[in-house]
Design a protein around this ligand. Structure first.
Ligand SMILES: [Zn+2]
Length: 269
């Protein structure tokens, strides 16, 4: 299932695998001025190609190499001869996505993408009418980048910014790097935030700082309880309550336990 919406000059595609008439987990792609930012998952490729129609794609930028952002790379590249650009650490993964073993829930929701040929993105990307700056925003993944268009104040942040108050984290995310990346994005002049979830925000700095504040405050509480000798399990129960359902269907890959662990073990570099 795909929803298309025009946000000023930017076309937003929100897409998800359909199950019993409902979208399982939505992820967004954005199109502006011949540039496609992310391409959805493997399950939505043909529907996405139909929806994209005759919009000419000159460049694809993948914010990161996760399977729900690179699914239609190959199809779009084949149809338009588009140049794919991504972070240096993402390029080999795009060339062979099977090197990243997917867990059962990832296969159900998103599936394995086809391989595609990308080149390493520079510090800037120029389309016909816009100039985008590339900002490295690790934490969600080491190969995560954000595109920033200073004239318009657009921030295409991929999965760096996820709305809401996190009570779980994936095992391979780094919470301190996420906080640092969000802080970096909050420091630029901006008017619109285009996140990977598709829920655009017209007050980016406020939203980003609100998120930073929540995550830092949570980190402060965790470190304090940890220094008092509390176990990670007890800290998690006290601050987040019982594990959410996501911890069960991801077999513990996304969990409150991982969120507590990342605050205690991971560093910001
Ligand atoms: Zn991701």
């Amino acid at each position: 299932m795909i929803y298309v919406e025009q946000v000023g000059e930017v076309t937003k595609f929100r897409m998800a695998r359909t199950f019993m008439g409902r979208g399982l987990y939505f992820t967004a792609a954005y199109f502006v001025d011949g540039l496609l930012i992310d391409t959805g998952c493997a399950h939505t490729v043909s529907e996405f190609m139909n929806t994209l129609g005759s919009r000419y794609v000159r460049f694809i930028v993948n914010t990161h190499s996760h399977e729900d952002h690179i699914g239609a790379n190959k199809a779009v590249q084949t149809k338009f001869g588009a140049q794919i650009l991504a972070h240096s650490e993402a390029v080999p993964i795009l060339a062979d996505p099977s090197t990243k073993r997917l867990r059962p829930y990832q296969i159900v929701m998103w599936g394995y993408p086809q391989s595609s040929t990308a080149t390493v993105i520079g510090e800037e990307l120029e389309t016909e009418h816009h100039k985008f700056r590339v900002i490295h925003t690790p934490g969600h993944s080491p190969d995560h980048i954000t595109l920033y268009e200073p004239d318009r104040g657009w921030i295409f942040s991929g999965d760096t910014y996820v709305g809401g108050k996190d009570k779980a984290l994936r095992a391979d995310y780094n919470i301190w790097q996420i906080i640092e990346s969000l802080r970096n994005l909050a420091s630029v002049d901006s008017t619109l935030l285009f996140p990977g979830s598709g829920t655009t925000r017209d007050n980016p700095r406020e939203e980003l700082l609100k998120k930073v504040h929540y995550l830092e405050e949570t980190g402060r509480k965790i470190k304090e309880l940890h220094s008092r000798g509390w176990s990670r399990h007890r800290i998690r129960r006290k601050l987040f309550g019982p594990e959410m359902s996501i911890a069960y269907y991801t077999l513990g890959n996304f969990s409150g336990k991982n969120l507590v662990r990342s605050y205690i073990e991971d560093s910001s570099k």
